[in-house]
Design a protein around this ligand. Structure first.
Ligand code: AMP
Ligand code: GLY
Length: 431
């Protein structure tokens, strides 16, 4: 790299705090801005009050501050075309944008597109068909050919609520009617119905420039709100990396059967791609199947993935933007990282915000406190969302990492705070 970089990072969650934490360690960083950021990202750069969906405002800021590299944290600006908007505007088309253009973002923005992509490129995934209200009868017939439970997915983005798994044909048929009726607006006018895959889930993260790729540390996340994996799904209550059941044999299969055909498929379909791909996988008897693609990093997965990457992230991102990812040697720490998410009581349902937060200054060694849903009131931290903190711990075993995470959890106090006390416990038997 010849010059230091001015970087703008879009987003405001724990993922962005973890990205900011890592970017700020780079000797190649001139100045980091985060829009809009949170009190955590503020420790590593300057927060700027710009909505990531206001593309013109983002562009004007990039011109004003001579930004060299734009990192898009969440999917929505990508699905809505922020990268395309930069690529087609000569004032800003020299800026590296990390995150795909609209076409590539369809891998996350449309389940039907993603499934057709996988079918076309022979990537293992659940058997499926796509229906609309006009083919309701055919949808019911297709359901009859499947064994319960039934998996129904709204085609478009539905704030993480677009996947419904039900046990009876009647519930499936009612859900279909709700989806077609516009439960998630246009996002659910098309529905993917697919075979239920039985196994254990994990996620693999890839950074690609469209030709080369780096496979980042994998992670297992804990989606259910309740102890013992009970209750409703959340954005994520905790995560662990590495994943003990992701053996080198399994990860080789992921690379050969999924990562390579995905990158090759994008290329052969003429879809440029510069950015992260988050591949949600089901391990079915030792074989990987794709559950979903996301075109961004995961949250809270980023909060364990970034701490395990030893390589300079800015160097990786700059190489990615310049199509030189093959020149980067990725180094990963052998340590285990774990994250325990502290949420506002009631989440993912209704919960109260704006609670005063007390943080003990004695944060345990190796631990990192990532802010998700916090804000400042008179300079003091308060809660401002469902997921409030991601408490990352590191250690030489899952147990050590978890002890570190939970010691950090014990440093945080706010009214009605809640967290799962069993993150990673199911994995302890693997050693
Ligand atoms: P998605 O939004 O596609 O990640 O789906 C949300 C969750 O639903 C996944 O994390 C899985 O736990 C579950 N899921 C989705 N598709 C399937 C499937 N075909 N078989 C079993 N579980 C699934
Ligand atoms: N933790 C799941 C996600 O970021 O989508």
């Amino acid at each position: 790299m010849a010059n230091k970089l001015n970087v703008l990072l879009l987003g405001s969650g724990g993922r962005e705090h973890a990205l900011a934490w890592k970017i700020a360690q780079s000797p190649w960083l001139e100045k980091l801005y985060i829009a809009p950021g949170n009190p955590g990202t503020m420790q590593h750069g300057e927060n700027v009050n710009i909505n990531p969906l206001s593309f013109e405002a983002v562009k004007a800021f990039c011109i004003d501050k001579s930004i060299n590299l734009l990192v898009v944290g969440p999917e929505e600006p990508l699905v809505k075309g922020i990268h395309d908007s930069f690529a087609t505007d000569e004032r800003v088309n020299h800026i590296i944008v990390i995150g795909p253009q609209q076409q590539g973002a369809m891998l996350e923005g449309s389940k039907d597109f993603a499934k057709a992509f996988m079918a076309r490129h022979g990537i293992p995934t659940a058997h499926y068909q796509t229906f609309t209200n006009g083919t309701f009868e055919q949808a019911k017939q297709f359901l009859r050919t499947l064994k319960p439970p039934y998996v129904l997915k709204a085609d478009g983005l539905a704030a993480g609520k677009g996947v419904v798994i039900v046990n009876s044909y009647d519930e499936a048929s009612t859900t279909l009617a709700e989806f077609f009726g516009g439960k998630f607006g246009d996002a659910s006018r098309k529905v993917v119905i697919e075979e239920f895959l039985s196994g254990i889930e994990l996620s693999v993260f890839v950074l690609t420039d469209g030709n080369s790729y780096l496979i980042l540390p994998e992670a297992k996340d804990y989606k259910r709100v309740g102890i013992g994996d009970t209750g409703p799904n959340t954005g994520g209550m905790g995560t662990i990396s590495p994943v003990p059941f992701a053996t080198s044999n399994f990860l080789n299969k992921v690379e050969e059967q999924i990562v390579k055909p995905t990158i090759h498929g994008l290329k052969s379909d003429g879809i440029p791609y510069c950015g992260f791909i988050f591949i949600g996988l089901m391990n079915v008897n030792g074989n990987p199947y794709v559950i979903e693609y996301n075109v961004r990093m995961g949250d809270p997965e980023t909060e364990v993935v970034m701490p395990r990457i030893k390589t300079d992230l800015l160097e990786m991102l700059e190489a990615c933007g310049n199509g030189k990812l093959d020149k980067v040697k990725l180094e990963i720490s052998q340590q285990t990282a774990s994250t325990v998410v502290i949420v506002s009581g009631g989440y993912p349902g209704t919960y109260e915000k704006y609670k005063d937060i007390r943080i003990d200054t004695a944060v345990p060694q190796g631990a990192i406190l990532f802010h998700s849903g916090t804000a400042l009131r008179d300079g003091k931290p308060i809660t401002s969302g469902g997921r409030v903190f991601a408490c990352t711990g590191r250690g030489n075993s899952i147990n050590e990492a978890l002890n570190c995470s939970y010691s950090l959890v014990n440093c945080i106090y706010f009214d009605a705070m809640y967290y799962r006390n069993d993150i990673g416990k199911d994995l302890l038997n693997y050693f």
